[in-house]
Write a protein that binds this ligand. Structure first.
Ligand SMILES: NC(=O)c1ccc[n+]([C@@H]2O[C@H](COP(=O)([O-])OP(=O)(O)OC[C@H]3O[C@@H](n4cnc5c(N)ncnc54)[C@H](O)[C@@H]3O)[C@@H](O)[C@H]2O)c1
Ligand SMILES: [Zn+2]
Length: 648
């Protein structure tokens, strides 16, 4: 890096930091920011004479926004040094121990939220101040009062500054963004900006709606006498604050590394966004001996997790035709490595989303991949446009069969029932697990069969003969017999699985069960009023089912004839505490969860997989994780397996 490049980089970082800290609306990804930041830092270490005082390496956070009252922290608030590899942790530990000898290290998650300082006096919450530039922050007391995990009063009567992170749950974050998009506002780029933006509301009722959570991680001004940070924190938790789900005291690099890997393995499960692990020297005396740089304490560091957000370029948008004919746009992106996986495509739900986000071909975009979630574009970096970007047009003809498309606004559909992509995808769906579960009929084989003209629709599967398959490439006697056997074995399958397998839009497994129980084979003649009378089935589902039956009535009747599905009897469950209740199972139980699900369903319970405010009971076994925590945070009744059995 030359001095000129250094100066330009500092200017760029400053611009990015302002957008991030002050506007809550970043124009770069964290990964990019961190990279440039470290290049700048390297240059400054090599050329201390060129160091600019206004470099982001020399200051904490951003400036205070005009609309808010400024307030001073009693003790300064800091930023944190970050390390990215085990080797860097080793170096960090060596540096620490060279100065103060062997230490104990307190390790805990680094939640990615907004830094907050709470001042308590005589047991009352007096003031809540954002970190700001570390010396002066914004007073947001009224907003913070709406956060349920911030106690308004505590037992301890001394003056104390309790520091922590205001975080937003990942699912709330997504919900807020959906809402913002609907209202034509720009979505928040990440949970941290969403938390910060929610705190900086001039109207507290908006903050209140955001369901923020506060996790304490440290103390500023205080007169507590404990000699270790972890002991002080235990005292804080005992005052009624939330304790992070995991923390560990370590003494060696190996222990630190093991806990780090453990936290990474919990990354998707924990409802809050974690971007690393914090390592802190536990002994207060040693902390003081180590002291501070201009920006951060020398006694703690953030051991960052690998980035799950990356910036990349949108190369093209291609179209996929689903089994219901819906055309889904797919973003083809310049391949990037996210946590070891090469990502080259991302989903876009529909064309309205492209228009709302104003995504153009050639744009730089931030994409995120977390857990098993398919990568998605979360933000367009409009600042980086060159003017060459090409707006995306809504398609008017099917990319597969060429028929004219029906544009319904949010959805664009190919209406040609014989469209090859629709046929292939509907057969793949028909054959998959949870539907008809036809072993040996995966997507490749379906494509082959359709392409070779062996099948044109689902019914054709049941007409396949040995001779039909014998001349296909890769089909030997055993494979043919297995496939024909697997298809024949679907005869007599439960009706609800057959309904599910038909792939009616909006009708999933649960709805299929309810429909099968209610109507049996008469489902082809069900009326709108009868359908919506079923608990859990809404108008959209009813219309979709009616439309499907209108178009496919004859085919469905034929299918019933060939498959001869087993019609389940409708038996009223006897009265019991779980009848009609919504139940979620989590953790390891004495039998498989599938078995326990069946048991509860036979008693009239609805068993679902995610916890919400509508859940009546969460029944947990051993090693229960985030679902249990979520239930507790929502105030949902939790039961052990034993308690459940007693109630039955
Ligand atoms: N995308 C962008 O344009 C952009 C711009 C500026 C900064 N950033 C991001 O912000 C980071 C720098 O921000 P920063 O200086 O606030 O540092 P930081 O967020 O990396 O770390 C410091 C903060 O961590 C928080 N924290 C969470 N858990 C904690 C715990 N257990 N103990 C102590 N503190 C805990 C505290 O609020 C503390 O202030 C960069 O690494 C970058 O990722 C991004
Ligand atoms: Zn088509």
């Amino acid at each position: 890096m030359t001095q000129e490049q250094y100066n330009n980089s500092v200017d760029l970082l400053k611009k990015w930091a302002h957008a991030y800290y002050v506007e809550d609306n970043p124009v770069a990804s964290d990964d990019e920011y961190d990279r440039l930041y470290h290049e700048v830092l390297d240059y400054e270490t090599a050329h201390p004479e060129h160091l600019r005082e206004d470099s982001p390496t020399q200051r904490v956070g951003g400036v205070v926004r005009e609309e808010f009252t400024k307030a001073r922290h009693i003790r300064r608030m800091w930023s944190m040094e970050d390390v990215f590899t085990k080797d860097e942790v080793r170096e960090w530990l060596e540096r620490v121990e060279k100065n103060v000898g062997r230490c104990e290290y307190f390790c805990e998650p680094k939640f990615d939220g907004a830094s907050m300082n709470l001042l308590y006096e005589e047991g009352k919450l007096k003031r809540a101040i954002t970190r700001g530039d570390g010396v002066v922050g914004e007073e947001v007391t009224d907003n913070v009062r709406t956060i349920r995990s911030v106690p308004l009063s505590i037992e301890y009567k001394g003056l104390i500054e309790i520091r922590g992170e205001v975080v937003i749950r990942k699912d709330d974050f997504e919900a807020i963004n959906r809402e913002r998009l609907e209202e034509g506002e720009t979505p928040f780029a990440n949970p941290r900006n969403a938390a910060a933006g929610s705190l900086r509301q001039l109207d507290s009722s908006i903050t209140a709606k955001r369901r923020l959570v506060f996790y304490p991680w440290g103390i500023g001004e205080n007169t507590l006498s404990q000699t270790k940070l972890s002991e002080k924190m235990d005292f804080i938790y005992a005052q009624g604050f939330l304790k992070p789900p995991y923390s560990k005291e370590c003494t060696t690099l190996e222990e630190i590394e093991i806990f780090y890997q453990f936290l990474i393995s919990k990354r998707d499960e924990i409802p809050m966004m974690m971007d690393g692990m914090v390592i802190k020297v536990d002994e207060i005396e040693k902390q003081e001996e180590l002291g501070y740089t201009v920006k951060f304490p020398k006694w703690m560091c953030a051991y960052k997790f690998p980035a799950i957000e990356k910036v990349t370029k949108l190369l093209d948008i291609t179209l996929q035709v689903g089994r219901t004919g819906v055309i889904t746009p797919v973003a083809e992106i310049e391949p990037v490595n996210i946590e070891g996986a090469i990502v080259s495509r991302a989903t876009l739900h529909n064309f309205d989303e492209i228009e709302r986000k104003d995504i153009r071909i050639g744009d730089y975009v931030i994409i995120i991949r977390s857990g098993d979630v398919i990568p998605k574009i979360i933000k367009v970096l409009e600042d980086r446009r060159t003017g060459e970007e090409i707006p995306v047009k809504r398609p008017t003809y099917c990319p597969t069969c060429g028929s004219e498309l029906l544009d319904e606004g949010a959805l664009i559909k190919c209406q040609n029932l014989e469209c090859p992509d629709r046929v292939v995808n509907s057969i793949i769906h028909f054959a998959k697990k949870g539907c008809m579960d036809i072993d040996g009929l995966g997507s490749k084989i379906v494509e082959q069969l359709v392409k070779e003209g062996k099948i044109h629709d689902i019914l054709d599967l049941y007409r396949l003969t040995y001779e039909d398959l014998a001349d296909l490439e890769g089909f030997k006697e055993k494979k043919i017999n297995n496939l024909l056997g697997a298809i024949a074995a679907t005869k007599g399958a439960p009706l609800h699985r057959l309904i599910s397998a038909m792939g009616i839009e909006h009708i999933g497994e649960v709805a299929s069960k309810a429909l099968a129980l209610e109507f049996g084979l008469d489902i082809v003649d069900a009326t709108f009023d009868e359908i919506v009378a079923i608990d859990g089935i809404g108008e959209e589902m009813a219309n979709s089912l009616l439309e499907f039956m209108r178009v496919n009535r004859e085919k469905v009747l034929k299918l019933f004839e060939v498959v001869q599905p087993t019609v389940e009897e409708k038996v009223e469950a006897e009265e019991n505490p779980f009848k009609g209740k919504s139940v979620v199972l989590t953790g390891t139980m004495s039998e498989s969860r599938g078995k326990i699900k069946e048991l509860l369903e036979s008693r009239g319970a609805k068993v679902s997989s995610s916890v919400s405010k509508k859940t009546d009971y969460v029944i947990y076994g051993e090693d229960a994780g985030s679902k249990l925590t979520k239930a507790e945070s929502l105030g949902v009744t939790t039961l052990t397996e034993d308690e459940m059995r007693k109630m039955l």
